[in-house]
Write a new protein. Sequence first.
Lengths: 271, 217, 212
Amino acid sequence: MKKKFWLFSLLASLLLLTGCGRSLSDQSVLDNVKRTNTISWGVKGDVKLFGLIDVKDGQQKGFDVDMAKAITRHILGPTGKAEFTTTTSQSRVPLLKNGNVDAVIATMSITPERKKVISFSKSYFDAGQSLLVPKNSPIHSVKDLNGKTVIGVVGANSVANVKKVAPKARVIELQDYAQAMNALKSHQGDALTTDNGILFGLAVQNPGFQVRGGTFTVEPYGVAVNKGQTGFTEAVDKAVLEMQHDGEYNRLIKKWFGDVPGFKYKELYRK
Amino acid sequence: MQNWINAFSWLNVRFLFMGLWVTIYISVISVILSFILGSILGIIRYSKIKFVSEIVGFIIDIIRNVPLLLIIFFTYFGLPNFGLRPETIPAAIIAMTVFESAMIAEIVRSGIKSVDPGQMEGARSTGMSFVQALWHVVLPQAYKNMIPTIISQFVSLIKDTSLATIIVVPELMQHAQVIYGQNANYILPMFAALAVLYFIVCFTLSVIGNQIGKRLS
Amino acid sequence: MINIFSHFSNQLLVGLGWTVLSSVIALFFSLIIGTIFAIMEIAPNKTLQVVGRAYVEIFRNIPLLVITMFFYLVIPMYVVKINGFTAGTIGLTLYTSAFIAETVRSGIQSVAGGQMEGARSTGMTYWQAMRYIILPQAFKIVIPPLGNQFVNLVKNSSVLAFVAGFDLMYQANSIASTTFDTINSYLVVGVLYLIITLPLSYYMQHLEKKLA
């Protein structure tokens, strides 16, 4: 018994000493993807309109995925390959920092906290946080959330935002948007909060629910890469700019958001 | 009723079975690997090799006493610190193998111990070495007794693969979630399907385990 | 690691509290339910046997996660609202009770036989003999395996993280995704889990040796 105690203490102290984080080597991601002619992207698999797994072929489909393919083409040329890994709000940062994926394009807002650990391209899509509630809900704006239970997703910054705007709201975090939406349907919370684009996607799938209260934050989505990979972010910025000039960007916006009721997709057009 | 018919459309059913296939794939590989690794570790622990057995035993105790979810996280998010970047399915296989090997090792160790210690001495007195006695006399008997326990451990393994949904492994649980994520009306049919499919797989294995157990004893 | 512990000690202790609470509640109810179904499985009545057997086989062969999510997402949609902590604890209870039933049943069977006949010959009914003679002895035998079930319960309670049950694992996910220090966050909760489970496991090993 005593020996085991000592072994345990030894292990615990070893962990304390070695458990400090290490960042990935300083290899240039841009050089790597050019050498392999492949960009490995982290995308969402649970978000309609942005990145949703299709039961037909198990592939992710959405605006983010199409953007990733287009950016890959712009950076690597027509033979460049885009590979996709499904990430969740929780796993996207660790996967990026660990080098499992080269870049993440997964409804990810550019925030100061995240900028401390990873780097972002310029915004490629401007979202804003909003609320999804049942049509008969008494909640009309974010102010009404005080004293109510709000559902969010682990790893999304929307949870922290709600705490700022409505400090008395109770927040529960679920694993992904499929669970969050079903929890809302099961009355586990009074509202679901995240970015309007995601919420409109959920409202399309779930009649009886609507997006309410306008947006109360600005959430510019960026392409995320490992800290300091400015070569890659610049290449992404250039690619997005080219897409805006030749109209491809607007075509993708129309393709994914053109038919969403209540969503003013033309405001998202970029020239 | 319409919900059930729509929920089990050809595409959805095919998608579910693709998930079931991944669940079985992960389970079978992990079962084989953890049976081998667990046996080796169990024998090392039993053999009382100075320091080695103790350290192995301690690591096994640690693994046995933390939630499998943590081991999955460590495999998927932690291994890259050591230069390994497994994708989701290999990560799930590694995590399951590590966890189940520790479980099997403990079963093997106590299985060997429960074979009458006189057996070992008797075999040694006929001039066999420790390894020979272990291999020819003790282990065959020990494994005969252990098989039901080991099989029920493997049933747990199959069930536990569902936890790998947290790192988006395309297994049965994850695929069911994708389907009911599209339409919340499918949620009851999907849970019914999950219960039935997991039950069929696990129960079949349990029955096989019981049959083998009966035949051996 | 120390950083995370000192910054988030409140959150972690709250998580530890919910984890222990859920495990203790689930242990209590699964002992009762498990014992009832164990007795049913070996009862002299065929129907009771079938019901007992069916219960055990169903809950032993379906993943805990499926049971828990069912109570969190499906039951509230059709029956009654239950929150994440309750749904998780119900899932844990049902799942564990099947294993406890198996443990208790084998305990009873190892005592029964001669004991039962002896007790019956003194004029006790079947149920009296079970209640006063067999069960007390059976429980003594099954204490170590039950202790191991409790260790499993503590580990399995991490499914509460899937249903926002505020347990240790839920807090770990939340801390990992605010600090972005994934590995250290999980190391901290790993140590916290071990603080509960490891001494318990060792104590049970010790008991087993003593009883053997």
